[in-house]
Each structure stands twice: as structure tokens, then as C-alpha cells.
Design a protein around this ligand. Structure first.
Ligand code: C2E
Ligand code: MG
Ligand code: MG
Ligand code: MG
Length: 290
């Protein structure tokens, strides 16, 4: 295109930038349509106790079924929605839907009473002045006990403004809702802050788990993070557990819970029902038991 415009035309944007700005604009418009036409749905990924292989809860993950483009992954549209502010409306929907679904699963005894639903919060949602009010009203509408809800916040979100993050977290804690730090190890948090954050759960990022047992450094880091988190009274969840070797290493190092394709991919509500009824069998499965 630069050539067609001739050599005297000044190009502000490189071809790549042009492309991404255009894609961004059309995504913004399509996200609005997606909200209006209810193209979003939730899937649920089980979290498994590494002590007894029982289910401890589920993380809800958003999906976008686009009428022409098919499934669009959250990594592509969440950052755009975050930038445009559309994440507030989407996030509100995710929070309420997650609580509704978990509430019916607990009430019908499909999930154990202590099971939690973990919902991802983006940076903009976390700093939204209406967040607390929203959490309180969702707990009330869906009638779930606060201890059944856990909010996953990434390390980088917390580091944007540490002092106000601590305040918001303390307010969340007062409602009885638990806080998990997501993707731990990928941000730039300093240990001086970690000890001041009221964190219940630490999720070790998949990038550290991925190369176990080949990468000795990742193994050292993972083991040290688990030990540190336990000293700070946090529960540790390993993300992206895919192999027996990883599971074995995590168990040897007292990691509390695991999440990953080895146990289950993210599931639709129907599939989750199926998974839960088979969970007893999973516990006895030789593929997973050491
Ligand atoms: P996350 O919160 O760290 O979620 C874990 C991601 O890892 C999910 O990707 C999940 O499908 C994937 N995963 C789980 N186990 C394995 C495994 O064993 N191997 C591999 N390779 N991947 C695994 P997904 O669903 O594509 O979500 C990506 C990210 O998008 C999430 O990362 C989260 O940051 C964001 N996201 C998803 N749903 C929501 C939402 O409702 N709200 C917000 N704000 N962000 C969301
Ligand atoms: Mg998460
Ligand atoms: Mg994560
Ligand atoms: Mg991650």
C-alpha cells in the first residue's frame, strides 16, 4: 500500500500498526454486538486437591462464539475490552453468571459445600469504584456464601498502584470473598509487597510448570515459591499441569492444588456435571494416583 500511495506520501503507521488498529476498532464494535446478542458463555476448569484428588472448586473462563469467526479466545478480546472499558459490562456478567451456576451446583449437591468458584478480574474491574457494591449485590442476588467466591487478580494488576491495591483487597476480604494472585511469577512484584497483600491463594504461573522436569531452574523456583507461600499461610495452586512428572514433582513439594489438562480441560456446564459424577473414579484412576 505504501508503494501505491507514491513516494511523497508520508506513512504514519507501519503496515503492522495499521492492521492492528483496524482490527482493534472492528473488535470493539463486534464486542458490543456480542454483548447485545449474548455470544459470550462460560466454561469451567476444575481445581483438584493434590492430596486426595478431590475437586476444590472451578475457575470460570469466558468464551466468545462469533457467528462468522468461530471461537475467539479471551487472550485476543479481553485486552481490547480492557482498553475500551467494555470489560466492566462483560466482567459484571461473568461474575453474576459464575455465582448463579456455582450456586445451583452446590444446592443440587453436585459440588461439595466447600467448593469455590474462582472468577478472573481484570485491572479495570479491580479499580472500578463500584466493584465492592457489585460483589455484595451479586452475593445477595445469587444467595451464595461469600466463602464460595474467589477473585483471581494478576500480579501486574496489583502492582499498578500498590497502596490502593492493598486497600481494595482489604475491603474485598471484609466481604468474606477470597483473593487469589493469578499468574504468579510473571509480573514484577517484589516480596516486600507480597507480604502486605491479604492473599489467600497463590497460583504458580504455567510457564514455571511447563518445563518440569527438564528445567532444573523452574523446578527450584516452583519449589521455593510453594515453600514461601506456605510460610505466608497461602494455599498454592499450580497452573497448567499436563503430565505425570509435573504432578509427581508438585506433590513431592507439597503443592496444595493443581489445575490443568492432566485433570481436565475447561468444561461446559453439562460436561462439568459429567466430570463431577466421575470424580470418584478419577480419584482411583491409576493414571493419576502415584
Ligand atoms: P488464566 O486466568 O491464567 O487462565 C488459565 C488459562 O490457561 C486458560 O486459558 C486455560 O484454558 C488455560 N489452561 C488451563 N490448563 C491448561 C494446561 O494444562 N495447558 C495449557 N496450555 N493451558 C491451560 P483461556 O481460557 O484461554 O484464558 C486465557 C486468559 O484470559 C486467562 O488466563 C485470563 O487471564 C483471561 N480470562 C479468561 N476468562 C476471563 C474472564 O472472564 N475475565 C477476565 N478479566 N479475564 C479472563
Ligand atoms: Mg485465572
Ligand atoms: Mg492464571
Ligand atoms: Mg497463567
Amino acid at each position: 500500500r505504501a508503494k501505491e500511495l507514491g513516494r511523497n506520501n508520508f506513512q504514519f503507521f507501519s503496515e503492522d500498526m495499521n492492521h492492528s488498529i483496524l482490527e482493534h476498532l472492528s473488535l470493539e464494535k463486534e464486542i458490543n454486538e456480542a454483548i447485545a446478542r449474548q455470544q459470550f458463555s462460560l466454561v469451567f476448569q476444575p481445581k483438584i486437591s493434590l492430596f486426595d484428588f478431590g475437586i476444590t472448586g472451578v475457575e470460570t473462563l469466558i468464551r466468545w462464539q462469533h457467528p462468522e469467526k468461530g471461537m475467539i479466545t479471551p487472550d485476543r478480546f479481553i485486552p481490547v475490552a480492557e482498553e475500551t472499558g467494555q470489560i466492566l459490562e462483560i466482567g459484571s456478567w461473568v461474575l453474576e453468571q459464575s455465582c448463579r451456576q456455582i450456586s445451583s451446583l452446590i444446592r443440587s449437591n453436585v459440588l461439595p459445600e466447600h467448593a469455590k468458584v474462582a472468577v478472573n478480574l481484570s485491572a479495570r474491574q479491580f479499580t472500578d469504584p463500584h466493584l465492592l457494591q457489585r460483589i455484595r449485590s451479586v452475593l445477595e442476588i445469587t444467595n451464595i456464601p461469600p466463602h464460595c467466591l474467589e477473585l483471581e487478580i494478576t500480579e501486574s494488576t496489583l502492582m499498578e498502584d500498590v497502596e490502593s491495591a492493598i486497600q481494595i483487597m482489604q475491603e474485598i476480604k471484609k466481604t468474606g470473598v477470597a483473593i487469589a494472585i493469578d499468574d504468579f511469577g510473571t509480573g514484577y512484584s517484589s516480596l516486600a509487597y507480597i507480604k502486605r497483600f491479604p492473599i489467600d491463594v497463590l497460583k504458580v504461573d504455567r510457564s514455571f510448570v511447563m518445563d518440569i522436569p527438564e528445567d532444573k531452574n523452574d523446578m527450584a523456583i516452583t519449589a521455593a515459591v510453594i515453600a514461601m507461600a506456605h510460610k505466608l499461610s497461602m494455599t498454592v495452586v499450580a497452573e497448567g499441569v499436563e503430565t505425570q512428572e509435573q504432578l509427581q514433582f508438585l506433590r513431592q513439594n507439597n503443592c496444595d492444588e493443581g489445575q490443568g489438562y492432566l485433570f481436565s480441560r475447561p468444561l461446559s456446564l453439562g460436561q462439568l456435571h459429567q466430570f463431577l459424577s466421575e470424580n470418584e473414579r478419577l480419584k482411583d484412576n491409576n493414571d493419576i494416583t502415584l
